[in-house]
Design a protein around this ligand. Structure first.
Ligand SMILES: CC(=O)N[C@H]1[C@@H](OP(=O)(O)O)O[C@H](CO)[C@@H](O)[C@@H]1O
Ligand SMILES: [Mg+2]
Length: 548
């Protein structure tokens, strides 16, 4: 089993002293102001090495990013060998290592992991690293590499990547030479794979008008620019918000989160009637679409709309291919618009599951279907094909030319979709495929159903840990009595729905509300916001004026 070289650890650890703060590896890894992250990332390096050793030297991925957060923040997420998020039970180890108060405690915790998880420290460890465009990324990569050195892990730094590219490369490296080989382990291999599949999918169809793409002044901009030559003339994209040299502009008044939260267009993008537009977030793992209607209203096509479009298309394709033994299912969270759930259940007749917030929950549930479509309303999601569905799709021959065409499309679809994680590039190609094959404008896509007006409100409370939920976060069980009070208010609103849960990424409680009209929705959200604030907010600042 061997033990840690304590002298080596102390020398490296001295370069990365821990501040007084307490850290938590949450839904999105560690994420905070970059100035606080040095010791956290150093220790995450130690954890990544342990994870790789535990898995017999399989490659573990490390992504340094803070996604849609402001430029001053940064963060780190680890990626497991098949490109999925770090196994849930290891999050607690990440948290514990980051909070060890001394080198002795650090060494003790490593040894306790070695013995309880039966990790053989003499095994090799391999870790790959990617980062977004944040200026703080370079120093943080160095801190991470120092962590790897504690356990002699081998590392490869891929430099600037989108988060999904890092997931893709991790899976490629771990499947190389096996029947499940996922592709060439490089950004170039990723572009080639996606572009080839997309070209097959739109082959012979009339090209759509150009798409305007807001890249939030983040890593999506240079990377999509790099991707365009591979797409050739199969797709026209006009990139806006691509200034990565001016770090303060990252995610500023732009990007998928800004557009979804504010239900408005980003700065730097002029909306004209019926134009198709899309926004990435700061690490290009989320996408939302939007357009402007004839009467100049802003129309958002969010993750729910993308899930509906994808499910509709895949169901039709599977039928057209004559292999409707393949069952499609959709996974959502409680934040999905009620109208989208109705559309999926009642119009498309697909099973819909609701799971707690966070991609890992959605991904896990989606694996239970032959083809699982999962999206968070905010635009993070993908489609996963089970091994048996893939086998069926790849062995089917079809008994008519139409069936053969549909089978070919299904195969290409499984290639264009990044099955490791939600990927803005790949989701963009998925949407563009469907709109091209159908020759649909965004307005026609939007007609599938009409969103119920909805509102998301943050409540600053004294202690968000007292809020405990069940039923995929749709009901509060603690504090006692609060859910009954919520229910009594919701009952008064037509098509009313509201739920309250503590955020996993911010120190707030979130209130979601939807109802028949905009004004009723706002009133519902502000009543529930007021209720939550009054329950647990002493000393948390002023009660927002709009709360009722
Ligand atoms: C309402 C909402 O959008 N919540 C986001 C947000 O989680 P919270 O736990 O709500 O803070 O960040 C997560 C990580 O990026 C993302 O998966 C999730 O969808
Ligand atoms: Mg992101």
């Amino acid at each position: 089993m061997a033990s840690v070289n304590v002298e080596n650890l102390s020398a490296l650890s001295a370069k990365h002293p821990k501040p007084a703060n307490t850290f938590t590896y949450g839904t999105a890894g560690f994420r905070m102001n970059a100035d606080l992250l040095d010791s956290v990332i150093f220790r995450t390096g130690i954890l990544a090495a342990l994870r790789s050793k535990k898995l017999d030297g399989k490659v573990i991925g490390c992504m340094i990013t803070a996604s849609h957060n402001p430029a001053a923040d940064n963060g780190v997420k680890l990626v497991d060998p098949m490109g999925e998020m770090l196994e849930g039970s290891w999050e607690a180890h990440a948290t514990a290592l980051s909070n060890a108060q001394s080198d002795e405690q650090l060494v003790d915790y490593i040894h306790s992991m070695v013995s309880s998880l039966k990790i053989d420290l003499t095994k090799p460890a391999n870790v790959i690293i990617g980062r977004d465009t944040r200026p703080s990324g370079v120093a943080l990569v160095n801190a991470f590499v120092d962590g790897l050195k504690v356990l002699d892990a081998k590392s490869t730094d891929y430099g600037i990547l989108t988060t999904p590219q890092l997931h893709y490369i991790t899976r490629c490296l771990n499947t190389a030479g096996t029947p499940e080989a996922y592709g060439e382990p490089s950004a170039e291999g990723y572009y080639k794979k996606l572009a080839a599949a997309f070209k097959t999918l739109v082959d012979g169809k009339t090209k759509l008008s150009p798409l305007t793409l807001d890249c939030a002044n983040g890593v999506g901009a240079p990377k999509f620019q790099e991707f365009l030559p591979y797409l050739g003339d199969s797709l026209s994209v006009k990139i806006v918000n691509d200034d990565i040299d001016n770090a303060s502009k990252l995610n500023l008044n732009s990007g998928a989160d800004y557009v979804k939260t504010g239900q408005r267009a980003p700065v730097g993008l002029k909306l004209t009637s019926q134009d198709r537009c899309a926004s990435f977030d700061g690490d290009a793992d989320r996408i939302v679409y939007y357009y402007q209607d004839e009467d100049s209203t802003f129309k958002l096509l969010d993750g729910d709309k993308i899930a509906g479009l994808a499910a509709m298309f895949i169901i039709d394709l599977v039928k057209a291919a004559g292999i409707d033994s393949i069952k499609v299912g959709v996974v959502q969270t409680a934040y999905a618009n009620g109208a989208s759930t109705q559309y999926l259940r009642n119009t498309l007749n697909v099973p819909v599951s609701c799971v707690p917030t966070g991609v890992k929950h959605l991904h896990h549930e989606a694996l239970k279907y032959d083809v699982g479509v999962y999206f968070e309303a905010n635009g993070h999601g993908t489609v996963v094909f089970s091994p048996s569905a893939l086998k069926t799709i790849y062995s089917a021959e079809g008994s008519s030319p139409a069936q053969a065409v549909a089978i070919r499309s299904l195969r290409a679809l499984s290639e264009v979709i990044n099955q490791t994680v939600g990927d803005a590039f790949s989701d963009l190609l998925l949407v563009e495929t469907i709109l091209t094959q159908r020759q649909w404008s965004p307005k026609v896509w939007d007609q599938a159903y009409t969103d119920l007006p909805n509102r998301l409100v943050k409540v600053v409370v004294q202690d968000r840990s007292i809020f405990k939920t069940v039923d995929a976060e749709r009901k509060l069980v603690e504090p006692a009595g609060l859910q009954d009070a919520i229910d009594a208010i919701v009952l008064k609103f037509r098509d009313g729905r509201s739920f309250v849960r503590p955020s996993g990424t911010e120190d707030v409680v979130r209130v979601y509300a939807e109802a028949a009209t905009r004004s009723e929705t706002d009133e519902l959200a502000h009543r529930i916001g007021g209720l939550v604030f009054d329950f647990n907010s002493q000393g948390s600042g002023l009660r927002p004026r709009e709360f009722i």
